[in-house]
Design a binder for this molecule. Structure first.
Ligand code: ADP
Ligand code: MG
Length: 342
């Protein structure tokens, strides 16, 4: 339906020294769902506000299907925004909430009723037209908010952490529902979250955002298995980096290393925590360490091992050995799971 081009956007809020977005560019393809993953304050909501017209950029442009929308009134852009809270009108029932935008457009009551019914079927809540929005659970409220956003057939759907306030089970349920609906309608979507699992589960591509800049943009699988930079790897849950023959885990303290882990001196290698092995005996590519923490998580065990001055975090699927605090172990970095980062 819509291709979105974000071109060299810059935004600094008044009375603020640092820019929120710096020369920010991105293309979202027709029907694609792109997730923006970034810590709080990284500029995710600001980007969505610039697209909807709540804020204006200092420079740069935004195109929908090749046409700039910066001078189009926010109500006419065809970009709908859904937030963490549903912001339904509490005094209106579900039907009137969903149909509100259509009524403003002047659609007939009969057509609105039909559209609302279609949307309620789509979100998996048929027959709740007459319920007051105050009588909805958190998850139902967000489904209705999604229906309200989609009923006007928007060019672009913008989701700003819409699931953050929900319980895990409701949240996973809604992740699946939103993704299925997005695919079915083929609506171009930008989804903002600070949750890695959610971003991976819901997107065609993921953009990693740090201080107003994209540090990586790729398919979730590619970013997960082979992030190319240290910054991208950290986003993806990697905390162990080995440089040359000197491992330097995340704390940044350098480690005096045994020669088993041996590379040319200039390169940095990373390894995912689930590929690191914690074991009693030493072997190739292993280092001696002391267990500082060992947590049973059901499906896996999480270890923190002090290797000289730094902490290596590992996670091994069950069955895996539990080690007491202070146990002497070896941490192994299997060669085949090491990948180079810049
Ligand atoms: P995120 O959604 O990733 O948490 P935001 O886009 O909301 O980040 O905010 C990015 C930065 O801009 C933050 O440092 C925030 O404090 C600041 N900021 C957001 N809105 C305003 C505003 N209206 N005026 C001044 N600073 C703002
Ligand atoms: Mg935000």
């Amino acid at each position: 339906m819509t291709t979105v081009n974000i071109i060299s956007l810059n935004k600094t809020y008044p009375n603020s020294a640092a820019p929120v977005l710096k020369d920010f560019s991105l293309s979202v393809h027709d029907g694609e769902m792109v997730a923006f993953l970034g810590p709080s304050g990284s500029g995710k909501s600001t980007l969505l506000k610039l697209i909807t017209g709540i804020e204006r950029p200092d420079s740069g442009d935004i195109h929908f299907d090749g046409v700039s929308i910066l001078n189009v009134h926010p109500n006419k852009r065809g970009a709908v925004l859904m937030f963490q809270k549903s912001y339904l009108f509490p005094f209106l029932n579900v039907e009137d909430n969903i149909g509100f935008g259509l009524k403003v457009q002047g659609m007939s009551s009969a057509s609105i009723r039909a559209e609302v019914k279609r949307m309620l079927n789509l979100i998996g809540l048929p027959g709740i037209e007459k319920r007051k929005s105050g009588q909805l659970s958190g998850g139902e409220g967000q489904r209705v908010a999604l229906a309200r956003a989609l009923v006007t057939n928007p060019k672009l759907l913008l989701l700003d952490e819409p699931l953050s306030s929900l319980d895990t089970s409701v949240r996973i349920n809604l992740q699946e529902a939103i993704r299925a609906i997005q695919r079915e309608l083929g609506v171009t979507t930008i989804f903002v979250t600070h949750d890695l699992g959610e971003a991976m589960a819901m997107s065609d591509r993921m953009a990693l955002l740090l201080n107003g800049e994209i540090v990586a943009l790729d398919k979730p699988e590619a970013l997960f298995h082979r992030p190319r930079s240290v910054a991208a790897a950290k986003f993806m849950g990697v905390s162990t980096f080995l440089s040359g023959n000197q491992p330097c885990p995340e704390q940044g303290r350098r480690v005096t290393v045994k020669n088993e882990v041996c590379f040319s001196s200039e390169k940095i290698f990373a390894i995912r925590p689930e590929h690191i092995r914690v074991q009693k005996g030493g072997c190739e590519n292993s280092m001696r360490g002391v267990v500082s923490d060992c947590v049973f998580r059901g499906e896996y065990i999480e270890y923190q091992v002090d290797v000289n001055a730094a902490t290596v975090r590992a996670r091994m699927p069950m069955p895996a050995p539990m080690f007491p605090h202070g146990a002497q172990v070896f941490v192994k970095f299997p060669q085949e799971h090491l990948f180079e980062v810049t």
